[in-house]
Design a protein around this ligand. Structure first.
Ligand code: C2E
Ligand code: MG
Ligand code: MG
Length: 570
């Protein structure tokens, strides 16, 4: 029987219930039975004395069953222990408020919000509210905050938590943790060309494949966009990590069927390992990311371990490489043209095309800063072809504008010079521009000729047959052997600016330049002096019968429009 309860009848009574002073007991009983919360009373021995229907329904017991049970029977061991810790407070008349789990008849645990109070005679009355729905809702909110909605994978914040836990555990147990940073190659292209729906499906499929490539205990997270990260624990050796990275690469290269499209994608993976590559969440993620950039630069679809070599400088180099790869497409290259003047007539007889790169991220770059990288990566092929085409078209445009005919000189790097299809590329550039071959000069360095003299002979002969002029650039800085030049169909020798710079101050330089001019003339070669900056240099070169000069004295290299104005004003 529910007696002496401290329920405030005036406040709790629903309006529909009417009760007079005589039927108090019936009135309370009805009230208690109407409550949707479970209500119970126990004796001082913790035996249930009374329960309402909601309590029975909630836990799945009949009223009779419950009345034979103890509090201990419906609480977990931990919670029962906790109840005893609070016993003193209960006895002091405090109300106990807690969120606990109650054991149901079928063995399941039900989250409840419990409020209990001890009466003066030692009985305890309590109310238990089923909060399963609220808990589910809370869990959903937590899931939303810690998971990626598209793939259902943990998001960056959960990944960081888990990595932190893994580091702590590994530190305690002397173990290692690996972080694999995966970035899909060319995902943007798929997303842009096939639409976001296809892109989303692709990411979902990738998430499945990543999950399938690791153990259930490992964490696979999506960091955003096309970036995923994996935390690996419990591995013995570096080979084990490599094995998993390899497995991921294979899993992703298998074609993916997405809305009847057969897509394929690859990924680049960077790996960092605790403790050697970092001992914090931030440093491990940062270094795995840096290693991933290395993997991209190494041709994508591969994995790289972080190493001390991946320094800021190396990353800068990589950054430049990544930018260089898109520079042509983004139209970031321009040619400047530096005039060459005939010493006898004073006429401009040619211009040298000099490449500039306006990189939005890095700034203006001179060829010496990026041509070596372009060579190393093979990008010199398309870039060189662009230079040739642009220079030929510009020269044709000057001719069409009625300016006197002059040659445009284009620099070829050694790798370009050895390209199998160089002759076809040159021919194509001339044809496209409608420029006669005689108006194009190709500059090749001594070194690139001498590196492979036999192939060079064949290439130079073919180019010569086209009718283009051939010049040896930076003469004096390499083999400096005039005798070999007889083997090649060369027209022009460009004396390197390092000699020209000192002709008026150093006897040695003066003698070398005099000798080179004399010898070149004896071989019927034209001589251009590079880097002419001062009037006394011009006088010296004139006296020594140099044919042509080029340098700041006459003009700096200029953009095409400025050079047009320069030529028009002569
Ligand atoms: P280069 O072919 O010997 O070009 C002459 C360099 O000397 C140019 O530097 C030019 O701006 C600079 N110069 C011209 N007059 C003077 C002067 O009076 N004083 C001084 N101190 N310098 C002068 P730039 O444009 O920085 O080019 C450097 C090198 O990069 C070129 O040397 C050439 O080897 C290479 N290069 C330029 N454009 C291309 C290209 O389109 N393709 C390839 N493969 N290499 C290129
Ligand atoms: Mg040159
Ligand atoms: Mg030069």
């Amino acid at each position: 029987m529910l007696n002496n309860t401290n329920i405030d009848a005036d406040k709790s009574l629903p309006e529909a219930i009417e009760c007079g002073p005589m039927d108090n007991e019936e009135c309370y009983r009805s009230l208690v039975e109407q409550a949707s919360d479970g209500i119970f009373i126990t004796d001082s021995q913790e035996r249930f004395l009374d329960v309402n229907n909601s309590a029975c329904d909630m836990l799945g017991f009949s009223r009779e069953e419950m009345l034979g049970m103890m509090v201990q029977d419906v609480l977990t061991a931990e919670e029962y222990a906790e109840l005893h810790l609070s016993w003193k407070r209960l006895m002091a008349g405090h109300t106990l408020l807690n969120v606990w789990q109650m054991k149901c008849k079928d063995g399941t645990l039900m989250p409840v919000e419990i409020s209990a109070k001890m009466l003066s005679d030692g009985r305890v009355q309590g109310i238990a509210r089923n909060i399963t729905e609220r808990k589910r809702y809370e869990a959903q909110l937590i899931h939303l905050a810690t998971h990626d909605t598209l793939t259902g994978l943990p998001n960056r914040s959960l990944l960081q938590d888990r990595l932190q836990q893994a580091i702590l555990k590994a530190r305690r147990n002397g173990l290692r943790v690996a972080v694999l940073f995966c970035d899909l190659d060319r995902f943007k292209r798929i997303n842009d060309s096939l639409g976001h729906d296809v892109g989303d499906k692709l990411l979902q499929e990738i998430a499945c494949r990543l999950l399938g490539s690791v153990r259930e205990s490992d964490t696979v997270a999506r960091l955003g966009g096309d970036e995923f990260a994996i935390i690996l624990e419990n591995f013995d050796t570096e080979e084990a990590i490599s094995g998993i990275a390899q497995k991921i690469l294979c899993a992703l290269t298998h074609p993916l069927m997405i809305t009847q499209l057969n897509l394929s994608t690859t990924t680049s993976i960077g790996i960092s390992v605790f403790p050697e590559d970092g001992d914090t969440v931030q440093s491990l993620l940062k270094n795995a990311d840096a290693a991933m950039y290395f993997a991209k630069a190494r041709g994508k679809n591969n994995f790289q371990f972080y190493s001390q070599g991946i320094t800021a400088q190396a990353l800068e180099h990589l950054n430049m490489e990544i930018n260089l790869r898109s520079a042509l497409e983004r139209k970031e290259f321009v040619l400047h043209y530096q005039p060459q003047v005939d010493m006898q007539t004073g006429r401009i007889i040619g211009v040298e095309a000099l490449l500039r790169w306006h990189c939005p991220e890095i700034g203006l770059l001179t060829p010496e800063e990026f041509i070596p990288l372009a060579e190393e990566t093979g990008l010199i092929g398309p870039i060189g072809e662009w230079v040739l085409r642009t220079a030929c078209m510009q020269n044709k445009a000057w001719q069409n504008a009625g300016l006197p005919g002059m040659r445009v000189a284009v620099n070829l790097s050694s790798r370009q010079f050895l390209q199998q299809d160089l002759v076809q590329i040159v021919e194509r550039a001339l044809n496209e521009a409608g420029l006669e071959a005689g108006y194009l000069e190709l500059e090749i360095t001594e070194n690139s000729i001498m590196q492979n003299a036999d192939e060079a002979t064949i290439a130079l002969d073919k180019l010569k047959a086209l009718g283009v002029h051939l010049a040896v650039d930076d003469f004096g800085t390499g083999y400096s052997s005039l005798s070999y030049l007889q083997r090649f169909p060369i027209d022009t020798l460009k004396i390197d600016q390092s000699f020209v710079r000192d002709i008026t101050t150093s006897q040695d330089s003066a003698v070398i330049v005099q000798a080179v001019i004399a010898l070149a003339h004896s071989m019927k070669l034209r001589v251009i002096a590079e880097g002419v900056e001062a009037a006394n240099q011009v006088t010296f070169l004139m006296e020594n019968r140099c044919d042509t000069t080029q340098g700041y004295f006459l003009s700096h290299p200029l953009p095409a429009d400025k050079l047009t104005a320069f030529l028009m004003n002569l």
